[in-house]
Design a protein around this ligand. Sequence first.
Ligand code: FAD
Length: 385
Amino acid sequence: VNHVVVVGAGLAGVRTVEALRGRGFTGRITLLGEERHRPYDRPPLSKAVLKGEADTSFVDTDLHVMEVDFRPGVSAKSLRAGVVETTEGELRYDGLVIATGAEPIRLPGDGHQHVLRTLDDAHELRAVLVPGARVVVIGAGWIGAEVATAARRADCAVTVVESAATPLATAVGTGIGARTLPWYDGIDLRLGTMVESVDEGGVRLVGGEFVEAHVVVTGIGVRPAIEWLAGADIDLHNGVVTDEHLRASLPGTVAVGDCAAWWSRRWRTRLRVEHWDTALNAPEVAAATLLGEEAVYDPVPYFWSEQFGHMLQYAGHHPAGERLVYRGEPEGKWSAVWLTEGDTLAAVLAVDRPRDLVQGRRIIEAGHRLDVERLVDPQVSLRDC
Ligand code: FAD
């Protein structure tokens, strides 16, 4: 491999560059980034940046020292074998890294809707979260809950509209979601409510009601940013399809981060995980694969969320679990664990219980059985169950 083109200058893209250089690759690297910023971390955007505690979250890396030809503001428009068509002409490659991440889904309507994906989005939103502002957040998932946290803290009048029966329902189910309901104190939380459109001055609900708003934030999820690959000879299905080595179907190509749907040996299914830990760690495997080395990406997926003063941490893959067991009461610090038929651990969600997360992740990796009677006692540490 002489020339690697990395498309997407987010965390997964820049980490792949670092991994390539770390493995001794001395050839040319071109890094294309649609945004004009150098690579930055997104988790702080809905936390420190939105709260005004930080203005940026740049990744601590030196593209110059790594001799990378970084092209900010340049997008890939299409792909054919060996050639990326960009907004600034054609680029030939012999190794390709697809790291284009994901993009927010928007709702119909002519009204202005904020989304929160980029640093620019975060600054735009922060400027309008002022005391007394009427803010409607659409979606009570991870992003919606974090935005609602920041908006309430900024003394806005906050309404959260969610189509499911509880917050976080799509992500972790309504049982866990119901435990977070008291956190929405002081927020007008409308559950089981669908938005029809975002119009001038507010939000039109299905059924006709109009909810007035100065600020509307849509947080209903993202989709993999793979439109530019539509005409390419590459397998796409809910992202760029890869094997366990993160190799895509087009020769000389790997995919990493939010846009990659990789085969997991551990869970015997294809996973696409839109979380920071994947963008951080998958690149090491992708770089090895691109350089012809043998490496497999098969993590116990991990993520966290900070909302309403609580730290939520998740590890595992709960669709592999049959039974949900709680450790601790909803008012205090608690965890939820998903068990398989054979009483091994499929996933853990820890609320203000970081030890359960750390121990749970190790237990999932080891794959040993748990004693359910001990498990329900939050005083017994997970590793002793
Ligand atoms: P991205 O970060 O999306 O980077 C992809 C880059 O590619 C983008 O800069 C994009 O502009 C560029 N690009 C797209 N298309 C093209 C193209 N055609 N040509 C050139 N460039 C292109 N995860 C957690 O685990 N915990 C959290 O608390 C958490 N909080 C988050 C808060 C927010 C507000 C957001 C948005 C995400 C959060 N995440 C969190 C998720 C985490 O940030 C993502 O999983 C991670 O950013 C994925 O990295 P990536 O490099 O794959 O994609």
